[in-house]
Design a protein around this ligand. Structure first.
Ligand SMILES: [Zn+2]
Length: 512
């Protein structure tokens, strides 16, 4: 709510100033309070004070700025959540593996075909924050940083008077990554690589408790637990196979490589299944912590007054030749992410939407919820605009690998050759691979040639039908070319890229 005392004190002497602490005509207000936006100006004299005050207030349109909580969980597959149990009509006896998120889903709108533009932490998070595809904001791997001048939802909300804070669980998104821009309070691990969700939620809760005054808040809370290594907290291990837990209490690349070396390059079905069980236990632990955070927010600020967006940067692949990772994976396991929006004033409770959307739609969606204009630099539509315009496509892209990560990736490929009886997919050197999801097709173009997959809401094995569905392949190829023209690539730093890739990118005109 506006602080009317402050408004009066500031403005009665000579009417509302245009740009020095009062609302601006474009709907932006300076940091400090949620103030009304005025459509007229008034000159005030002492004798007409009361009349003028009434008239001034009548000329003001009060802009309500809701609180905003953005939760991103790293490496969270959309199908790892069990969201249906709290919906109307669901069996009362159905137990959800993720009951707090099921409850959030019942209160909000669930987008069941949300797609990440790249299966990598920095590029995808910066798409969530900037409303641009990775090729546009330029952060196409985990080594590049988002430029300080990049437009983002955090910057825009800070400019509009929001108290902004970011709480991230991994140093990869810490200070220097660019994730910190636009947050006046920013907490990230510096000595440790990552923090568990409980620690991040504690930090966010303390900050929420410390808030005073009338400025609305924007809090971004990032949780990292489901990412490798799969190592759920002790109290989330109930129900796991005791013998497998004793033999493999933690599974990550180090353990997978040791297992494969000892067994002729094989990871058994049993170990692969156990890895997924550990992953699921980490997701359950995250569900509990998200529940704790939401309880805090709802009790202090009111469930209906806070916009809550829950999503992920990417998923994790356990199939199609890509196992226990995500960065090479443009299959649905890698790019399909959960997306829940709870804000009953604008998003229907208990609704499930099957239209194709992107997690990059979050930035413009949050600005619209705050009553702000979406900057032209945000090239991805908001969820509302996407629905209105019938925009049904999302660009995909794989990372441009830097030299520093190639040896480890090649080593894994040499050592781990089969998982659960299936061959591991050949390693990609980093040549640009671009794709488009449009309607019920996903088209990929890269060094392995064209790939075409039928995709839908329900997960199913993905089979490349590029050589059978020639017409669809041709249509999707043309659609990809058109989308690339609409979303041109930014110039990127070439110093962090591997030599083979650099040569390829130069040939394509991506870098000088
Ligand atoms: Zn990630």
């Amino acid at each position: 709510m506006p602080r009317w005392g402050d408004v009066l004190q500031m403005n009665l002497a000579d009417g509302p100033p245009a740009n020095d602490g009062a609302p601006a005509m474009d709907g932006r207000i300076d940091r400090g309070s949620s103030l009304p936006v005025c459509s007229r100006r008034f000159r005030v004299s002492g004798a007409l004070l009361l009349v003028t005050l009434v008239a001034w207030l009548a000329g003001c349109e009060q802009v309500e700025r809701p609180n905003i909580l953005l939760i991103t969980v790293d490496t969270l597959r959309a199908d790892s959540l069990d969201l249906d149990s709290a919906l109307p009509g669901a069996s009362a006896t159905a137990a959800s593996r993720t009951p707090r998120l099921a409850s959030l889903a019942a209160q909000g709108t669930v987008f069941r075909r949300a797609t990440a533009p790249m299966s990598l932490t920095r590029p995808s998070h910066f798409s969530i924050l900037t409303g641009r595809y990775p090729r546009e904001h330029g952060v196409v791997n985990n080594q590049l940083a988002l430029p300080a001048e990049a437009q983002s939802v955090s910057r825009e909300l800070q400019r509009a008077g929001y108290a902004t804070a970011g709480f991230v669980a991994v140093s990869l998104l810490g200070r220097g990554s660019g994730a910190e821009h636009g947050f006046e309070h920013f907490v990230a691990p510096e000595r440790a690589l990552e923090w568990r969700a409980s620690r991040v939620v504690d930090a966010a809760s303390q900050w929420l408790d410390s808030l005073e005054g009338d400025a609305p808040f924007f809090a971004w809370v990032h949780l990292f637990d489901p990412h490798q290594p799969y190592d759920p907290p002790a109290d989330a291990r109930a129900g796991l196979d005791a013998d497998l837990l004793r033999r493999h209490p933690v599974l990550g690349w180090q353990q997978f490589l040791e297992i494969a070396k000892a067994s002729g390059g094989q990871i058994s079905f049993e170990v692969a299944r156990h890895a997924q069980a550990l992953y699921a236990a980490e997701v359950s632990a995250v569900d509990r912590e998200v529940g704790r955070l939401l309880e805090k927010v709802d009790a202090r600020f009111g469930a209906d007054e806070t916009v809550v967006v829950f999503t992920a940067d990417h998923g994790e692949c356990f199939e199609n030749g890509v196992y226990f990772e995500h960065s090479d994976c443009l299959f649905e396991g890698g790019v399909r992410v959960p997306l829940i929006v709870r804000y009953p004033k604008e998003f229907e409770s208990g609704k499930q939407v099957d239209d194709l959307v992107s997690n990059a739609d979050v930035a413009p969606t949050l600005l619209q919820a705050a009553g702000l204009e979406v900057p032209a630099e945000m090239t991805v539509p908001s969820l509302r605009d996407r629905a209105a315009a019938g925009t049904r496509e999302v660009l995909l892209q794989n990372p441009f690998y830097p030299s520093s990560v190639l040896p480890a990736r090649r080593h894994r490929q040499v050592v781990i050759r089969r998982v659960a009886g299936e061959s591991v997919a050949p390693f990609e050197s980093g040549a640009p691979r671009l794709g488009l999801v449009r309607g019920d097709w996903k088209y990929l173009r890269g060094e392995r040639g064209d790939e075409l997959y039928a995709v839908s809401v329900d997960a199913k094995p993905e089979v490349n039908v590029a050589y059978r569905e020639r017409e669809a392949r041709s249509v999707m190829g043309a659609a990809l070319d058109a989308a690339l023209e609409r979303h041109p690539a930014a110039a990127i730093e070439s110093s962090e890229l591997n030599p083979e890739l650099l040569q390829s990118l130069r040939a394509l005109g991506y870098v000088e």
